[in-house]
Design a protein around this ligand. Structure first.
Ligand code: GDP
Ligand code: IMO
Ligand code: MG
Length: 425
C-alpha cells in the first residue's frame, strides 16, 4: 500500500483538503507534517462544508486514523475549538487522533508577537501573515526555547508556560506591543491542555508500525512550494518546509518509505498575502476568476490575488517536490474564459528564465511570457470521464502536462467529492 505525500505546488489553497478527502476513501492514515492553523483546508461533502486548520482532513472518514506530526506548531486553544466543533458535528476522535509529543505549541504570546511585528513593518515589507503566531513559534523551536506537546504531560507544565509568558511579554513590550494577560492565558491553556492530553503520544513508533503493516498513508501538506521557507519567495513565505521533503522530517517516517508525490495545482494561480506574483491579474479577468472561483482565504477571509497558470512555478515545484503526478484543480473556473493564457517562461532584463530565481528583487523584475489558448466555453462540472471533457479543455490539460513534464492523474471540476475524475489514460 502506498505512502503518498500531497503538496501544494503554488502559493497555497490549491485544494489539498478536497483531494486528501477523495483519496482517504482508501487510506488508513492521514498525517499532517508541517505548518499550523495558518492552513485552511476545505472539504465539501453533500451539503456539508468543513474547514480544517490543524486536524488532518482524514478525520471526516470514520475508518481513517489521523496524526498531527512533530513538524507542526500547534495552537492548542485553536485545536481544542476545532475538535469541539467536529465532535458537535458527529465526528469521533477516540483511537483516531494522535498528536505528536514532539510538536511545538503556539501560545497567545506568539500570535501577539506576530501581529506586533507585522504592525511595525512599513508597506512593502509586511509579509501579510495569517497572524496565527507561526513565525514566532518556529523561531522558538529553532532557538531551542519552545514548549512541546509532550510538556503538557508534565506536572509543572503551567509553571513553564507562566515563566515563558513573562519573558515573552518583555519581548512584545520592547516591540511596542500589548503584553498578554497571563492569568487569562493560563486559564485558557489549562482548559486546552486538559482537553488534548488524552491524544498526545509518541507518534513515531505508531507510524513505523503502520509502515511495517503496509498501511496506506497520506501525508497532507499545508501551504505550497512557493511559500516554503527555503524554496519559496523568501522572505514572503511561511516558516516551514512545505514540500515533500517536509514529510519525513515532520513525521518521523523515513524518506525511503515514501512512494509517490502528488502535486496539487490550480488551473490558474492564486496568492493570499504579500509578495511577488508574476502572473497576477489586476484587471477584470482577475476579478472574474476571483468571483467564479470564490477566492477568499479559508483562514482569514482575505481576498486571494488571482492570475494565470504559471508554468515556471509549476515546473519548479515539480522539480523541488519530486512530483509524480498532478491533481489539477478548479478547471471549471475557466469554463467561460474566451482566451486563457499560460506563462511559459519569464523575461528578466532581456534574459529568458525557466526556473524561479532565488532573489525576489529579480523575480519582481520578471515579466511573464505567455501563450494563448482558446477556451472551451461550456460547463465541465458534470463531466464524468476524460472522453466527456470538451476538446479544448483536453488540449489545455495536455499542454500543461507537456510544459511541466508531469501528467495529470486527478482532475477536479467542482468543490464536491463527486466532481473529481481519476484519469487513467
Ligand atoms: P487548500 O488550502 O489547498 O485545502 O484549499 P482551500 O480549501 O483553502 O481552497 C480551495 C477552495 O476551492 C475551497 O473552497 C474548495 O471547496 C474549492 N475547490 C476545490 N476544488 C475545486 C474545484 O475543482 N472547483 C471549484 N470550483 N472549487 C474547488
Ligand atoms: P493552506 O494550507 C495560503 C501565507 C500567508 C502569508 C505567508 C506567511 O490553506 O494552503 P504565516 O501566517 O504562515 O506566517 O504567513 O503565508 N499563508 C498561506 N497562504 N494558504 C495557506 O495555507 C497559507 N498559510 C500561510 O498569507 O502570505
Ligand atoms: Mg487553504
Amino acid at each position: 500500500m502506498a505512502k503518498t505525500v500531497l503538496i501544494g505546488s503554488q502559493w497555497g489553497d490549491e485544494g489539498k483538503g478536497k483531494i486528501i478527502d477523495v483519496l482517504t476513501a482508501n487510506a488508513d492514515w492521514v498525517v499532517r507534517y508541517q505548518g499550523g492553523n495558518n492552513a485552511g483546508h476545505t472539504v465539501e461533502i453533500g451539503d456539508q462544508k468543513y474547514v480544517l486548520h490543524l486536524t488532518p482532513s482524514g478525520i471526516l472518514r470514520d475508518e481513517c486514523k489521523c496524526v498531527i506530526g512533530n513538524g507542526l506548531v500547534v495552537d492548542i486553544v485553536g485545536l481544542m475549538g476545532e475538535l469541539t466543533d467536529l465532535v458537535k458535528r458527529g465526528i469521533k476522535l477516540d483511537n483516531r487522533l494522535f498528536i505528536s509529543d514532539r510538536a511545538h505549541i503556539v501560545f497567545q504570546y506568539h500570535k501577539q508577537q506576530d501581529a506586533t511585528k507585522e504592525g511595525r513593518l512599513e508597506k512593502g515589507k509586511k509579509i501579510g501573515t495569517t497572524q496565527r503566531g507561526i513565525g514566532p513559534a518556529y523561531c522558538d523551536k529553532a532557538d531551542r526555547i519552545g514548549l512541546r506537546m509532550g510538556d503538557i504531560l508534565e506536572s509543572d507544565f503551567l509553571d513553564m508556560v507562566e515563566s515563558h509568558a513573562e519573558a515573552k511579554n518583555k519581548v512584545i513590550e520592547n516591540l511596542g506591543g500589548e503584553p498578554v494577560d497571563i492569568d487569562h492565558l493560563l486559564a485558557q491553556v489549562k482548559e486546552a491542555a486538559d482537553y488534548l492530553r488524552p491524544y498526545i503520544c509518541d507518534t513515531v513508533p505508531l507510524l513505523h508500525e503502520a509502515v511495517k503493516n503496509n498501511d496506506e498513508i497520506l501525508f497532507e501538506g499545508a501551504q505550497g512550494v512557493m511559500l516554503d521557507v527555503d524554496f519559496g519567495t523568501y522572505p514572503f513565505v511561511t516558516s516551514s518546509n512545505t514540500g515533500a521533503g517536509g514529510a519525513p522530517s515532520g513525521s518521523g517516517v523515513p524518506p525511503n518509505a515514501i512512494d509517490r508525490v502528488v502535486g496539487i495545482v490550480k488551473a490558474y494561480t492564486t496568492r493570499v498575502g504579500e509578495g511577488p506574483f508574476p502572473t497576477e491579474l489586476t484587471d477584470e479577468m482577475g476579478a472574474h476568476i476571483a468571483k467564479v472561483g470564490h477566492e477568499f482565504g479559508a483562514t482569514t477571509g482575505r481576498p486571494r490575488r488571482c492570475g494565470w497558470f504559471d508554468g515556471v512555478v509549476a515546473h519548479y515545484a515539480a522539480m523541488v517536490g519530486g512530483i509524480n503526478e498532478w491533481a489539477l484543480m478548479k478547471l471549471d473556473v475557466l469554463d467561460a474564459v474566451e482566451t486563457i493564457k499560460v506563462c511559459v517562461a519569464y523575461d528578466c532584463d532581456g534574459e529568458r528564465l525557466t526556473s524561479v530565481p532565488a532573489s525576489i528583487r529579480k523575480l519582481e523584475r520578471c515579466k511573464p511570457i505567455y501563450e494563448d489558448f482558446k477556451g472551451w466555453n461550456c460547463p465541465t462540472t458534470e463531466c464524468t470521464s476524460w472522453d466527456e471533457l470538451p476538446e479544448q479543455a483536453k488540449k489545455y490539460i495536455q499542454y500543461l502536462e507537456k510544459l511541466t513534464g508531469v501528467k495529470v492523474g486527478i482532475l477536479s471540476i467542482g468543490p464536491k467529492r463527486s466532481s473529481t475524475l481519476l484519469l487513467d489514460r
